[in-house]
Design a protein around this ligand. Structure first.
Ligand code: ASP
Length: 336
């Protein structure tokens, strides 16, 4: 694919504004746990404010000429701090009543990637995923080993596991256990969330990042798609994708990598590629009477963006190449 010309950034240049870097950013705050009926105006306003804070953080990096990989980490770290989203503070609880956090990042320019799964004490799992990418010779570290590695990395903040607790998520776990005991478990879409970001920087490079608490009531060390490179996160020179949804289906379909492969190898338009995988493949894969659900955010090297989902809503926000920005939740909000 051909990249557009990307202006160099020189802050000392009085024409800097004219040479504003050509960048774009898309974020998501998950495709689950949203019901129009439960969403009060107040809650909606704080969710949109949280999305806007994350957009600001990522955009500030890009606007200053920073890299896509730095921008996606900055945006995701803000969402990890926000209790409305299922990542970091506000993550869902496992069956055993603990928070087990997963995150991953991929740089499309270098194809470097890093991921962590099942960490309990790292405040920003996305920063640890980045450290795995940049400071280890591995791609994925899990559990205690990941935290032992984290202790060797300057700047990784540790917290008491109680930091991740929120009343709402605790209540969700109690509800899920009650429903399970009554044999009336809700569809898994009631139990997921996840946050993510994809970005195009001024050099024309792409990156993707994803962070999650996984699915409520998960057990036995279950790990979903979010920390799996190719499934929940993928980036190349042509395309970057972060997903949210029922992770087992995303893993089986290798969702993020499939979208990028369609763009790179077949020259598919980004929207068509993302729609084919999310709206057709994911929704039509049926196992044990359930079908795959969720959504993705995707960006290509020309700065085109796509945000398809087959759930009732997906918290999302974007800043396009031309600087226009927005946030949306439901399917009938502006989608493109
Ligand atoms: N995909 C995540 C998982 O399966 C959940 C989510 O998107 O909220 O762990």
């Amino acid at each position: 694919m051909t990249h557009p010309v990307h202006a160099a950034v020189d802050p000392s240049n009085p024409a800097a504004e004219a040479a504003r870097p050509i960048t774009a950013l898309v974020i998501h705050g998950g495709a689950g746990t949203i019901g129009r009926a439960q969403l009060t105006a107040e809650k909606e306003a704080s969710i949109r404010a949280g999305l806007n804070r994350a957009l600001d953080a990522g955009h500030a990096v890009l606007h200053a000429g920073g890299s896509a990989r730095e921008a996606v980490v900055a945006a995701v770290a803000v969402l990890e701090d926000d209790p409305h989203f299922n990542a970091g503070h506000g993550a869902v609880f496992s069956h055993d009543g603990v928070n087990e956090l997963d995150a991953s990042i991929m740089d499309g320019h270098t194809l470097e990637a890093g991921a962590v799964a099942g960490v309990h004490r790292v405040k920003h799992p996305i920063e640890l995923a980045r450290a795995v990418m940049e400071r280890s010779s591995h791609v994925m570290l899990i559990g205690d080993g990941a935290e032992a590695f984290a202790r060797t990395v300057p700047g990784i903040a540790f917290v008491d596991p109680g930091y991740f607790f929120t009343d709402d998520r605790w209540q969700q776990l109690q509800d899920a256990k009650r429903e399970e005991a009554a044999g009336a478990a809700k569809a898994p879409s009631a139990h997921f969330g996840t946050v993510g970001a994809v970005a195009l920087d001024a050099r024309g490079h792409l990156a993707a990042a994803t962070s999650t608490g996984g699915m409520t009531n998960k057990r036995w060390g279950r790990v979903g798609d979010s920390p799996i490179i190719g499934a929940g996160t993928y980036a190349t020179a042509d395309c970057a994708v972060s997903g949210t949804g029922w992770g087992e289906f995303f893993i089986r379909l290798n969702v993020a990598a499939d979208i990028c492969a369609r763009v790179s190898y077949r020259g598919d338009d980004l929207q068509a590629a993302a729609d084919a995988v999310v709206m057709q493949r994911l929704g039509s894969l049926t196992l044990n009477g359930e079908h795959g659900d969720g959504g993705v955010i995707a960006i290509d090297a020309r700065g085109q963006i796509a945000m398809p989902f087959n759930t009732e809503g997906m918290y999302r926000g974007w800043i396009r190449l031309d600087g226009t920005r927005g946030t949306a939740i439901f399917a009938d909000d502006a989608r493109r």
